[in-house]
Design a protein around this ligand. Sequence first.
Ligand code: PYC
Length: 331
Amino acid sequence: MRHTFFCIDGHTAGNPVRLVAGGAPPLRGATMSERRQDFLARFDWIRTGLCFEPRGHDMMSGGFLYPPTLPDADVGILFIETSGCLPMCGHGTIGIITFGIEHGLIHPAEHGRVRAEVPAGLVDIRYEQKGDRVTSVRITNIPSYVAARGIDVDVEGIGPLTVDVSYGGNFYAIVEPQGAYAGLDALGAARLLDLSPKVRAAVREKVTPVHPLDPTIQGVSHVLWTDVPKGEGAHGRNAVFYGDRAIDRSPCGTGTSARIAHLHGTGRLSVGERFVHESYIGSRFTGRIEQEMMLGEQPAIIPSIEGAAIATGLNTIWIDQEDLFWRGFQV
Ligand code: PYC
């Protein structure tokens, strides 16, 4: 049996976004969070088939559009990537909104504004358009907060590290320069890829953060290595590790949100301040703290992140069950 998926491929700040415009499976669930669980239980082969080799690669990510379940949302988004279905993905949202508006797949009630229901909550998005091009997308993200501080780990290959955990739509272990970690360039991509899963595993042994309002969102999934910026006008640089072998080519939207919450929580960034974040390859997102708030008992902030995406082409992808690798593979 052959399944057909009509995709718009592109990238946000260098990281891939595959918007699956045709072929989304019907999902059960009263919220996008419940639909995410349903997709993972019944249709995960679509994610692995579209994201893993031979149709994807280690960094592949994207998403599907659904009618929202919330009355004040314009669209629902389900994210897919190599590690699973993220509760929220910033670079993915920037790409999906850009391609969705440019190709007439999203019909917002108000021009220049999309309210998107993602599994982690409702995000308010403003976009700028010149002609048929969306040139910029700003996401007012879900509440972000510091989940744990001062976790000591001893990681083979780099030694002792003290890390914090912060939430920006996913839970991040945040590693600042210290001890044997002298910055991104001193380490290099190959060592980052080798060390990050070990850091993540060591942090997971010590702490399992659980979202205060949605217990299906739990556990450290990403590692964010921080550094001083390279370019003029930037305030920080990062490498975000996700999945099993990926370093985000973009500055990572949820990672930037988590980092902003972390800087705020440690007294280094105030409400209203901008934070220009550079990725490993030098692309940028501009973050800002919009407001402080409480998430249940948890002090949190609302961050915004702004960036741009560009489509690279249309892609009709077949997943044919006659194909030995119809579910995809990772080496
Ligand atoms: O932009 O939020 C993001 C993201 C998560 C994983 C890769 N990118």
